[in-house]
Design a binder for this molecule. Structure first.
Ligand SMILES: NC(=O)c1ccc[n+]([C@@H]2O[C@H](COP(=O)([O-])OP(=O)(O)OC[C@H]3O[C@@H](n4cnc5c(N)ncnc54)[C@H](O)[C@@H]3O)[C@@H](O)[C@H]2O)c1
Length: 389
């Protein structure tokens, strides 16, 4: 085994602490240093990890030659630590989503990453969730026929903007929005599922009726260069029983996929793809096997309820192929990070552990996602269709 990667972590809040734990436990990384503007937080996390702590990331970057820096500062504050780490010669960066909250910041990060020839991954964590790996697979294999419409909503409980970050919550939420914090995930997932399609046009609305210090929601129609249209919505004013509600549905010419990723209240989490009836039983089993190899365990079914009677329809002449999984999706906030470490060690964007899922997300994906988000925010402000430059 090669020498462990020396890792520095900047921003030690909810996500940053998870990074520290992850890198402490990973056999091929060691936490070499940590930094947070809240000096007491840096000291506490550093002491627990046995790593030197810094209140200023610039001092950390001066004092340590790091192989990898992870950045988990709040949404609008990604640029300075990422660019500083790149300018200090750090060859690998993993940073939190969104890449940035402005196109200007995103371009500055991309410019520095490319000039320093560094590898920069963005933790679009959902890409490594089993249900999202399965959704991408089904769409890319054409098992729904051409997908013509989709809808996705990713909503947060109102306690997120009011209390998730303690006393800092209102300021935190005001510095971001449901576009940057939530729709960044959704837009990235759509680019992942439908690659190489890109969003060309956006029409969005926003609303500020409840919170006042940040928009309550963004609701947007996205048009892709493939002709696909998807409605995406994210609000953070819901009085629901869970922290998050996440639902996606795609209509193809020959099939439909529904993912209840996070129920919100009373909805069982699950994933179901009703496939084109041209898919044979043998092909269905081969797809199930392919998904299994990608870590997405799904059941293969050849029947489904007949909608008007609820009776199961199944005989060999009326095969109703579908793939299905019940319960919460495997894959949490750190699920993608192990693959990024593998990519660094193997010097590639497609490490063995990520085979079949396309390249891992980089600053290029981050830039595209940021451009779509800027178009959503502008469209809502100007109440007109905005083309994504
Ligand atoms: N990938 C995911 O699924 C996922 C989930 C939740 C949050 N996030 C993202 O992770 C990032 C962090 O979110 P969080 O909830 O951990 O926020 P947080 O506020 O809990 O943590 C951010 C930390 O950064 C520190 N900080 C701020 N400016 C700094 C600077 N200049 N130098 C050093 N430290 C600084 C803060 O003091 C704080 O401790 C956000 O961009 C958020 O959108 C990603």
């Amino acid at each position: 085994m090669s020498k462990p990667l020396n890792v520095g972590v900047i921003g030690l809040g909810i996500l940053g602490e998870q990074y520290v734990h992850f890198f402490q436990q990973h056999p091929q990384t060691r936490v070499a240093a940590v930094a947070d503007v809240r000096a007491e937080t840096a000291e506490r996390v550093g002491a627990a990890a046995g790593a030197p702590a810094f209140a200023d990331f610039a001092d950390m970057l001066k004092a340590h030659a790091l192989d990898l820096v992870a950045v988990a500062t709040p949404d609008p504050y990604h640029r300075d630590p990422v660019v500083a780490a790149l300018e200090a010669g750090v060859p690998n960066i993993i940073q939190e989503k969104p890449l940035a909250t402005t196109v200007e910041d995103a371009l500055a990060i991309c410019e520095a990453a490319e000039r320093r020839r560094a590898r920069l991954f963005v933790n679009y964590a959902n890409r490594a969730a089993a249900y999202d790996i399965a959704t991408r697979y089904v769409i890319q294999q054409g098992l729904l026929g051409e997908v013509v419409y989709g809808e996705a909503r990713l909503d947060d409980n109102i306690i997120v903007p009011l209390g998730l970050w303690g006393q800092r919550s209102r300021e935190w939420a005001a510095g971001s929005s449901t576009a940057h914090f939530l729709l960044s995930h959704v837009v990235d997932l759509l680019r992942y599922y439908f690659s190489p399609a890109e969003v060309t046009e956006v029409f969005a609305i926003s609303q500020t009726a409840v919170l006042g210090f940040t928009p309550d929601l963004y609701d947007a129609f996205l048009t892709f260069d493939s002709g696909l249209r998807v409605r995406v919505k994210a609000e953070w004013i819901k009085h629901i029983d869970e922290l998050v509600e996440f639902y996606l549905c795609f209509s193809g010419r020959d099939g439909t996929l529904i993912c209840n990723k996070r129920g919100g209240f009373g909805v069982e989490a699950g994933w179901r793809a009703n496939l084109a009836d041209t898919v044979s039983a043998e092909e269905l089993m081969a797809h199930r096997q392919a998904l299994d190899e990608r870590g997405a365990r799904v059941a293969a079914r050849v029947d489904r309820p007949e909608p008007t009677t609820g009776q199961l329809s199944a005989d060999i002449a009326t095969l109703q192929p579908s793939l299905e999984a019940r319960g919460p999706s495997a894959g949490g906030l750190m699920a993608l990070i192990g693959h990024c470490v593998d990519a660094i060690l193997e010097d590639t964007l497609t490490p063995d552990s990520w085979r079949g899922n396309g390249p891992l997300p980089t600053h290029i994906d981050g830039l595209q996602q940021t451009k779509v988000m800027a178009a959503i925010v502008r469209s809502a402000a100007e109440q007109r269709v905005i083309r994504v430059a």
